[in-house]
Design a protein around this ligand. Structure first.
Ligand SMILES: [Zn+2]
Length: 393
C-alpha cells in the first residue's frame, strides 16, 4: 500500500478549519484525518503550518500559460491545464467559444484524446467540457464572435451532442431563446448542467428557465440582462433572477477587476456561501507575463493586451477577458470581499464539485475522498499540489 501523511497543517475541512492537523493518504484517497503527529504512514510530508485545502475546481476556463483550449490540439490542453495547476487547480473544465461546427468538433476531439492519454497523468482532472454558446443572445455576446451564434434547434443541438461524445458537462445557453427551455428539459437528466448566460432574458423568462432545469448562472453581472425600463416601469432581468432564486448557483469571476468590492459583497449577501462558484473565465494570458495575446483560437483570435491583471481590447475601453488563476480568486474573496477563508475555499472546491455531480468523491477533505489537495500560505501562495495523492507541484 502506498501511504503518506501530510503533517503539521491547518486543514480546511467541511465544517471548519482544524489547526495542528494531519491527513493520511492511501492509494490516492484520503484515509484519515487526525491531530499533528498522530498519524503514521510510509512517508511524512512536513506541511510547515500551511493551510491544507481541497484542490481547486474551475468550471469556466478558456486557457492559460499561453494556450487556449480553442487551439484544438493536445499541446494546448496540456499547457493550459498545467498553468492552472501551478495555481492550485486540480479539476479543470475546459471552456469553448462559439465557433464553426468543424472547429468545435476538433476541440472536443483534442480534449477527449488528451484526457484519455497517459500524458494526462499528473495534470488536473478533466470531468468534461463547458460549452459557452452557440445558443446565446447576439445582444449579450460579450467577447464572442457573433458570426457563430445560433438559434436553438433540434438539429443544431444533436450535431453538437454528437461531436461532444458524452463530454459535454456544462452548457451556457441564453434561456429566452425559443426552444432553449425545451432543450434543457430534454437533456437535464442526461448529466448536462445548464447555465443561463450571455442572455437578454427578462426576470420572468429567467425564473421560467430555472423551473425548467437551468441550475446555474454564468459569470453574474457580465453579459447578462439587468433592469430596463419599459414605458417607465422597471423590468428586472437575469441578474436579479440569479441573485434572488435561492437554488441557483452563480459563477463569480472574482479576479478583483471584473467586479468591484461592493458587487462582490452584494453577491455574497444575496447568495450565501453555498450558492457561489468562483471561476477564472481565464484566457491564454493567465499565468503569463503582461504583453500581447490572442483572445480565442490561434487561427481566429483577436489581439488583446494584458496589463494590470486583466486583458484589454486594443481600444483600451473594454475588458477582453480575465487572466486570473484560482488562487487569486480565493485571495480576492478573502482580502477584498471580506469572506472568511473557509467560505472562499468552499466556493472554489465543494460548491463546484456539487454542481457537476462529484460531491460524493471530490471537493472536500474527508475520509474516502480523492486526495486532490493544495498547500498554501496565509496569502494563498500555492506551495504544493497533490492530484490523486501524487505530488504534482
Ligand atoms: Zn467564458
Amino acid at each position: 500500500m502506498d501511504s503518506f501523511v501530510i503533517d503539521n497543517v491547518n486543514a480546511i475541512l467541511e465544517d471548519g478549519i482544524r489547526n495542528d492537523a494531519a491527513v493520511r493518504v492511501e492509494d490516492g484517497v484520503i484515509a484519515a484525518i487526525g491531530g499533528r503527529g498522530e498519524l503514521k504512514g510510509e512517508k511524512t510530508v512536513d506541511g510547515e503550518g500551511l493551510y491544507l485545502s481541497p484542490g481547486f475546481i474551475d468550471l469556466h476556463v478558456h486557457g492559460g500559460g499561453g494556450a487556449d483550449f480553442m487551439d484544438g490540439d493536445a499541446a494546448a490542453v496540456r499547457t493550459a491545464a498545467a498553468a492552472h495547476m501551478r495555481h492550485g487547480t486540480t479539476t479543470i473544465v475546459p471552456t469553448t467559444l462559439c465557433a464553426e461546427d468543424k472547429e468545435l468538433a476538433g476541440v472536443f476531439d483534442a480534449i477527449i484524446g488528451f484526457k484519455n492519454s497517459p500524458e494526462a497523468r499528473g495534470l488536473p482532472r478533466i470531468p468534461g467540457v463547458h460549452l459557452e454558446g452557440p445558443f446565446i443572445s447576439p445582444g449579450e455576446a460579450g467577447a464572442q464572435d457573433p458570426e457563430y451564434i445560433k438559434k436553438p434547434s433540434r438539429e443544431a443541438c444533436d450535431k453538437i451532442l454528437a461531436s461532444a461524445k458524452g463530454e459535454l458537462l456544462i452548457w451556457t445557453v441564453a434561456p429566452e431563446l425559443e426552444g432553449a427551455d425545451l432543450m434543457c428539459r430534454r437533456l437535464r437528466d442526461s448529466g448536462i448542467v445548464f447555465s443561463a448566460g450571455h442572455s437578454d432574458a427578462t426576470y420572468d423568462e429567467a425564473v421560467r428557465a430555472f423551473a425548467a432545469g437551468f441550475t446555474m448562472a454564468t459569470h453574474v453581472y457580465s453579459s447578462m440582462s439587468t433592469i430596463i425600463r419599459v414605458r417607465g416601469e422597471r423590468v428586472p432581468g437575469l441578474l436579479e433572477a440569479s441573485l434572488l432564486c435561492d437554488d441557483v448557483t452563480c459563477e463569480v469571476i472574482a479576479d478583483g477587476r471584473h467586479l468591484p468590492e461592493p458587487l462582490l459583497r452584494t453577491i455574497v449577501r444575496m447568495k450565501g456561501a453555498d450558492r457561489i462558484v468562483l471561476v477564472t473565465d481565464a484566457m491564454r494570458g493567465a499565468g503569463m507575463p503582461d504583453g500581447e495575446y490572442l483572445l480565442g483560437s490561434r487561427r481566429e483570435g483577436q489581439r488583446v493586451l494584458v496589463f494590470d491583471g486583466i486583458a484589454h481590447m486594443p481600444d483600451g475601453i473594454s475588458f477582453a477577458g480575465s487572466v486570473a488563476t484560482a488562487d487569486r480568486l480565493v485571495r480576492v474573496m478573502t482580502k477584498t470581499a471580506g469572506v472568511p477563508l473557509h467560505d472562499a475555499v468552499k466556493m472554489m472546491t465543494k460548491n463546484p464539485a456539487r454542481e457537476i455531480g462529484l460531491s460524493d468523491r471530490r471537493g472536500v477533505i474527508k475520509e474516502g475522498y480523492e486526495a486532490d489537495l493544495v498547500l498554501f500560505d496565509g496569502d494563498i501562495n500555492i506551495k504544493s499540489v497533490f492530484i490523486g495523492g501524487e505530488r504534482t507541484v
